[in-house]
Design a protein around this ligand. Structure first.
Ligand SMILES: *[C@@H]1O[C@H](CO)[C@@H](O)[C@H](O)[C@H]1NC(C)=O
Ligand SMILES: *[C@@H]1O[C@H](CO)[C@@H](O)[C@H](O)[C@H]1NC(C)=O
Ligand SMILES: *[C@@H]1O[C@H](CO)[C@@H](O)[C@H](O)[C@H]1NC(C)=O
Ligand SMILES: *[C@@H]1O[C@H](CO)[C@@H](O)[C@H](O)[C@H]1NC(C)=O
Ligand SMILES: *[C@@H]1O[C@H](CO)[C@@H](O)[C@H](O)[C@H]1NC(C)=O
Length: 943
């Protein structure tokens, strides 16, 4: 009988046959078994993470299918069923490559693990995957050096290890040798070599010149030194060469100019010098040429835009002389041109053309002459035009003020004359306008009020006359307004109060002929930090500005004809005043006391007895920031001159604890590149600097604005403070007071400020109870040391969570001694109030006498803040006035983002911190403990 099968049975049978065939095929392939086992072994060595969910062995799943990794996530196999690609980019994977058995993947062609969190080093046995063509480990946390076994990867076409912590040198044995008789070894197939932003150093091996297929070579942001190998002239396919941000020296080899396919050449921020090859750009079509921040001399390469494709050309901060390159006259592709801070000569109206795409043009601080050309009105894309500090003359053409994309216009310090064109009101995107230090005359156009995006307006030091147009107050984003040193007359417009939401940085109307009374409305500028109305003809009473203008750090009303009661400093920046405070305080005396911080401004005279001439300057915290720390050494150190434009200025870098050169800092911060900026404060920016032998340093660069008028004072304080050495106080290494770059070099604190740690939920959780207890103790120790052990005794005066920094181990370090004072037993310690609202002791509302108990109070605020995870705010006031402090329980205030303390011991310590903090917050300074007592109490609780 012939068996009859139904259709259904047929299908089932076919499937069974298919399975059997498939199974036998798979079972016969031990290689994929080995690969799968290797992958599983690696997976098991890593923390459990969902990206590997599909990587499972059948033993766990009871799946009868034999082990094949081909369908696992991120794995690709070739036709023979062998793993040839592993692609797991950007999955945030944690772990190491330590247990990755490279020898199990003889067919691997592609390994892409970029943008994960792999740590540890690159294993030596990576040399076993000898068929590898692509290896991308970029953007991980790999450290150690590049294993020499990489030289085994002779088929590798792309090697990208950028953005890791790789150290050591680039071993020349990684690259093929010159002789063709020896067996071929080395990365001889490389087309793309990317080693950007690692810690590699040493010389760049000339053997790279033997990589004859190389198209892209990116070595920027490393520590390479020595010359650029002339052998690069052999890299005939090279298109991109980026060696920026290293410490390379010597000339640009002339052979580079012969590379016909070179389109992008970046050599910025090195120590390169000499003349740039004249022929650069002659044989190739450059799209980007970046030479800035070197020490090049001679002319800019005249052929730079000969190929007609140049997009970005920057060469600022060198010593280039001569004219703007002739090929730039016709270069329609130009997008960005940065030639500032050189010594270029010539006439801008003749040497520059019309560029439809030009967006940034920076020519400031050269020796350029000529007039602003009306034809620039055709550069319709221009967003930033900066030609400050040249010798540009003539009028501002109407065409320039019709560039409707313009966001920043800086024509300051030139010889411009004539009036400000009223059409300037059309620049609807303009945010920054500086015409200061010219010879502009006429009135300030009313239409300036149409600049609705304007944030900074500086028309100072001109010959402008007439009154201040009230329309200016329509610029509702204005943060900075300076009209000083003109011939302005009339009154201060009442409408000034309209700017209350924006005018926060500066209002400077000094050195004019303004008359009338100071409008009450000025007091509405509650966010303003600096106010200067000095040297005018203002009359009438002094409004009670300080009461409402709580953010002022600087006020100068001197040289006017003002009279009447002085500003009431009570309540200024403090918590509610205790009852005893108010009456009969001699504010006059206090104000003279304030002058101590402005000694250099002597020569002020109180001429009239009844008409009180006031001079109130509350030292800008930013200036005092400098008093910070220290600086000893007084080793004047002439540095190699980096920028010619600032060559003549005297400067010095003082060593405090360590030899660090000015150049180390410029290089370490990559010339204060924003990439290295790690924070910003009122005083300027903080940068991270990689300095050999110091790892990381923090460099606080004071902004140009934070003028340092009090240099002598700084040195005095610095000499005293230099000896502070305490594990909980940030170390200062050096201090530079050069005109252009003023900065302090300090220890780098990996975890930033306590305030920032507490702000984000993620970091606040990392700061567990144990660490928080340590932080409070650390701050207490630092203050105890300053108040009692260090001679002379010091008060910090600005203890806040912003000024406590944490290192990698969460250890607290007190910083920012900008406001610190010597506690002199002979003097009354009368001083102007400094410090931060919310941390100031209440007695400062009615007395100017600062004692160490003010620090104790601030410490109390800080300790509560650490417990609560946020500033205690109103709670402090309720402590002042309530008698139920005793009943308060620490559990009610603890930061809810952390789990409750796990042990009784931790719980007790937190309770102790709260009790100590409350006693520090007593409104009566005498009732507060000393820091010695507080710190001993905390330590005892810790044993
Ligand atoms: C890696 O670890 C971090 C921090 O522990 C965690 O947030 C992240 O989710 C982990 N990554 C993966 C893929 O699990
Ligand atoms: C280089 O590759 C060969 C062949 O794959 C292998 O036998 C050898 O061990 C590798 N060498 C290194 C240093 O990894
Ligand atoms: C230069 O680039 C062109 C076009 O991209 C290409 O045809 C030529 O082969 C390249 N020359 C060299 C030497 O790589
Ligand atoms: C030119 O610079 C801009 C930013 O300044 C950048 O986005 C662009 O990619 C650069 N173009 C070239 C060709 O380098
Ligand atoms: C720059 O070059 C000039 C002379 O060419 C030299 O005197 C000066 O020291 C160099 N400066 C730096 C910072 O290399």
């Amino acid at each position: 009988m012939i068996p009859i099968f139904s259709l259904q049975e047929c299908v089932s049978l076919a499937m069974v046959v298919a399975w059997v065939v498939l199974l036998s095929f798979c079972k016969a392939d031990p290689a994929s078994n080995r690969e799968a086992a290797a992958l599983l072994k690696w997976k098991d060595s890593l923390p459990n993470q969902s990206v590997f969910n599909s990587w499972v062995s059948p033993i766990h799943t009871n799946n009868p299918t034999p082990l094949s990794p081909c369908r696992w996530y991120g794995i690709t196999c070739n036709n023979a069923g062998k793993v040839n690609q592993i692609d797991l980019p950007g999955k945030g994977i944690n772990g190491t490559l330590e247990n990755f058995d490279f020898s199990s993947f003889p067919n691997l062609v592609r390994l892409d693990l970029q943008r994960n969190n792999f740590g540890g080093s690159i294993p030596y046995n990576i040399g076993m995957v000898s068929k590898l063509q692509l290896l991308d480990l970029s953007t991980n946390s790999l450290d150690g050096s590049l294993p020499l076994s990489l030289a085994n990867l002779t088929l590798l076409s792309k090697l990208d290890v950028s953005r890791n912590q790789i150290t050591g040198v680039l071993d020349s044995r990684l690259f093929p040798g010159e002789s063709s008789t020896q067996p071929k070894i080395g990365l001889l197939s490389l087309k793309y070599l990317l080693l950007q932003d690692t810690q590699l150093g040493g010389k760049i091996p000339q053997e790279i010149g033997n990589l004859k297929f190389l198209v892209t070579l990116v070595l920027d942001k490393n520590h390479f030194n020595g010359p650029i190998p002339p052998s690069f002239g052999n890299l005939s396919h090279l298109q991109i060469l980026n060696l920026g941000n290293n410490q390379l020296s010597g000339n640009i080899p002339s052979t580079l100019a012969t590379l016909r396919n070179l389109t992008d050449l970046r050599l910025l921020a090195n120590n390169l010098s000499g003349i740039v090859p004249n022929e650069l750009g002659k044989f190739s079509s450059l799209t980007a040429l970046r030479l800035e921040d070197n020490n090049f001399t001679g002319r800019l390469p005249p052929q730079v835009c000969r190929g007609g494709k140049l997009v970005n050309f920057t060469a600022e901060s060198n010593m280039f002389t001569g004219p703007i390159p002739i090929s730039l006259r016709y270069c329609p592709t130009l997008y960005r041109l940065g030639l500032q801070q050189n010594q270029l000569t010539g006439h801008i109206d003749e040497d520059l053309g019309v560029y439809p795409n030009l967006t940034y043009i920076l020519l400031s601080f050269n020796k350029l002459r000529g007039e602003l050309s009306p034809k620039w009105g055709e550069c319709r894309s221009l967003a930033l035009l900066s030609i400050a500090g040249n010798m540009i003359s003539g009028k501002i053409p109407n065409e320039i003020v019709q560039l409707d994309q313009l966001e920043k216009l800086d024509l300051s310090s030139n010889k411009l004359s004539g009036e400000i064109p009223p059409q300037i009101g059309n620049l609807s995107k303009l945010a920054f306008l500086s015409l200061q230090d010219n010879q502009l005359s006429g009135r300030i156009p009313e239409r300036i009020g149409s600049l609705s995006n304007l944030e900074s307006l500086d028309l100072s030091t001109n010959m402008l006359s007439g009154s201040i147009p009230s329309q200016i107050t329509n610029c509702h984003k204005l943060r900075t307004l300076s009209l000083s040193k003109n011939k302005l007359s009339g009154t201060i417009p009442d409408e000034i109060g309209n700017l209350s939401n924006s005018l926060h940085d500066l209002l400077d109307l000094s050195y004019n002929s303004l008359s009338g009374e100071i409008p009450e409305e000025l007091g509405m500028l509650s966010g303003l930090e600096k106010l200067n109305l000095s040297h005018n003809n203002l009359t009438g009473p002094i409004p009670d500005l300080l009461r409402s203008m709580g953010s002022l750090t600087y006020i100068d009303l001197s040289n006017n004809f003002l009279e009447g009661p002085l500003p009431d400093l009570k309540e200024y920046r403090t918590s509610p005043p205790p009852e005893a405070s108010s009456s009969g305080i001699n504010l006059y005396g206090n104000i003279t006391a304030m002058r101590s911080c402005t000694e250099t401004r002597s020569g002020e005279r109180y001429t009239r007895k009844d008409k009180l001439l006031i001079f109130v300057v509350i030292c800008p915290l930013s200036i005092l920031m400098l008093l910070s720390f220290i600086c000893i050494g007084f080793l004047a150190f002439r540095m190699r001159k980096k920028y010619k434009s600032i060559n003549s200025l005297p400067f010095s870098l003082r060593y405090v604890r360590s030899k660090i050169s000015y150049e180390d800092i410029l290089e370490g911060t990559q010339n204060f590149d924003d990439l290295n900026c790690i924070g910003e404060g009122g005083f300027g920016k903080v940068y991270r600097a990689y300095v050999p032998g110091h790892d990381l340093l923090a460099v606080k660069k004071l902004s140009y604005e934070s003028e340092m008028e009090n240099a002598k004072h700084v040195e005095k304080e610095v000499a005293i403070l230099k000896q502070i050495k305490h594990p909980n106080i940030v170390k200062l290494f050096a201090f530079c007071s050069r005109e252009i770059h003023k900065f302090l070099v300090c220890e780098y604190m990996e975890r930033g400020s306590l305030a920032n740690m507490l702000k984000s939920e993620y970091t606040a959780k990392a700061l567990d109870w144990g660490k928080r207890i340590q932080v409070v103790k650390g701050v207490a120790n630092a203050l105890c040391y300053m108040h009692h052990d260090f001679v002379p005794h010091m008060i910090h005066r600005d203890i806040t969570s912003k000024n406590v920094l944490l290192d990698s181990k969460f250890e607290a370090h007190v910083s920012d001694f900008g406001t610190a004072r010597i506690l002199n037993p002979d003097s009354s310690n009368r001083t102007i109030v400094a410090g931060t609202y919310g941390y100031l002791a209440p007695e400062l509302a009615y007395t100017m006498v600062v004692t160490e108990k003010c620090d104790v109070y601030s410490f109390g605020v800080l300790a509560l803040e650490v417990l609560m995870g946020k500033h205690p705010g109103e709670l402090i006031f309720s402590l002042h006035y309530s008698s139920s402090v005793e009943s308060m329980h620490h559990k009610d205030v603890l930061d809810p983002r952390l789990p409750p303390p796990a042990t009784q011991d931790v719980d007790d310590k937190l309770d102790l911190i709260m009790r100590v903090a409350i006693s520090c917050l007593s409104p009566n300074p005498d009732a507060r403990p000393t820091m010695r007592t507080a710190s001993e109490l905390l330590e005892k609780g810790g044993t």
